[in-house]
Design a protein around this ligand. Structure first.
Ligand SMILES: NC(=O)C1=CN([C@@H]2O[C@H](COP(=O)(O)OP(=O)(O)OC[C@H]3O[C@@H](n4cnc5c(N)ncnc54)[C@H](OP(=O)(O)O)[C@@H]3O)[C@@H](O)[C@H]2O)C=CC1
Ligand SMILES: CC[C@](O)(C(C)=O)C(=O)O
Ligand SMILES: [Mg+2]
Ligand SMILES: [Mg+2]
Length: 337
């Protein structure tokens, strides 16, 4: 099955420039969308609770900040970029009372719609513009004249203009420079959760930490284990990113390539693939989302513990020391104005 990919010429920026956009949340995605929308000539207002620590950042960058309810009331397009676990209450308290007919409700990820945590009224557009990359890089690439690919989806098309508006929004944040694919809230949500759990975040972090542990437990220097299992991974993935797995295999030695074919499938074996299928089925059934919401409702006891354990892993201390000697590597994450 082939998909249609939209580029700059397929999107009309004027459609989003004619609207006032409220960006609710000013974190990784929120700051990137808001600043790039503004730089693309769109009127933007930020919605943040009174006590939010993000308020000062948004104001320093010259953005107007209101409460989420006031921002939603003013806006034609309301983009929800608060944490997924917060969106239900944000919707009930601040958005729903201000979501009048003909407005557009946008998301950067489909979780709350896909699992029925939010049910908007039928007379508004409901769409998604989901960049396929971390927000800080979405902004960095936009500023550099590049773009991060994005997905768009339309859940409700009350005005008949929802797709065109979503594409215009995607253009304003640089998405159509790289390519935008139309999907559904279901497909975006399930593939995004699977990707971050099994491959991009969960899978990659576990692979790196386990490789580091095997080498250091066998008595090798942690610094060498760090370079081998984490630092060099970026350089190897850069080659995959630029030219596919084939280009990486072209650039590495024949010895590495032979080891890749013969040993790689022993690490990621049939058991791992079966576990990946199980992870996917927990996503599809809603089990993962129920667990996530229950954990958040309970005050995140396990999340907090796991975050602290991850930060205390020996690879972090070794890495910090080594990165301090490479000024070009330790590039701080900033909200690029
Ligand atoms: N991180 C990423 O790169 C990606 C994220 N997404 C999606 O984007 C959305 C936002 O995620 P992300 O950018 O990571 O979130 P972050 O955790 O980075 O930022 C959340 C922001 O929302 C604010 N916030 C918290 N509560 C409220 C509230 N009640 N009303 C308004 N704002 C609030 C926070 O303010 P405070 O400073 O007070 O905490 C913060 O500014 C999610 O749906 C996520 O799945 C999609 C693609 C990639
Ligand atoms: C890979 C994690 C992600 O899905 C993303 C940056 O795209 C997220 O939810 O942050
Ligand atoms: Mg993602
Ligand atoms: Mg995600």
């Amino acid at each position: 099955m082939s998909v249609e990919v939209y580029y700059d010429d397929d999107a009309d920026l004027a459609l989003i420039q004619a609207k006032k956009v409220a960006v609710l949340g000013y974190g990784s995605q929120g700051h990137a969308h808001a600043l790039s929308l503004r730089d693309s000539g769109v009127e933007v207002v930020i919605g943040l609770p009174e006590g939010s620590k993000s308020r000062a950042k948004a104001q320093e960058q010259g953005l107007r900040v209101l409460t989420p309810a006031d921002a939603a009331a003013e806006a034609d397009v309301i983009m929800v970029l608060a944490p997924d676990t917060v969106q239900r209450s944000l919707y009930a308290d601040a958005i729903a009372p201000n979501l009048t007919a003909g407005k557009a409700l946008f998301f950067g990820h489909g979780l709350n719609i896909r699992y029925g945590l939010i049910t908007p009224p039928a007379d508004v557009d409901v769409a998604m513009v989901a960049p396929k990359g971390p927000g800080h890089l979405v902004r960095r690439q936009y500023v550099d004249g590049k773009g991060v690919p994005a997905l768009v989806a339309v859940e409700q098309d009350a005005t008949g203009n929802a797709l065109a508006l979503a594409l215009a929004y995607a253009k304003a944040i640089g998405g159509t420079r790289a390519g935008v694919i139309r999907t559904t809230f279901k497909e975006e949500t399930e593939t995004d959760l699977f990707g971050e759990q099994a491959v991009l975040c969960g899978g990659a972090a576990a692979l790196v930490q386990t490789g580091f542990e095997v080498l250091t437990e066998a008595g090798y220097a942690p610094e060498i284990a760090y370079f081998e299992c984490l630092h060099e991974l970026k350089l190897i993935v850069d080659l995959m990113y630029e030219g596919g797995i084939a280009r990486m295999r072209y650039s590495v030695s024949d010895t590495a390539e032979y080891g890749d074919y013969t040993r790689g499938p022993r690490v990621v074996d049939a058991r791992v693939k079966e576990e990946m299928r199980k992870i996917l089925s927990e996503i599809q059934s809603g089990e993962f989302t129920r667990e996530l919401i229950a954990e958040d409702d309970a005050g995140r006891p396990n999340f907090t513990k796991m975050r602290a354990e991850g930060a205390a892993h020996p690879i972090e201390e070794t890495g910090k020391k080594l990165r301090d000697m490479m000024s070009w590597v330790d590039r701080p994450i900033t909200e690029t104005a």
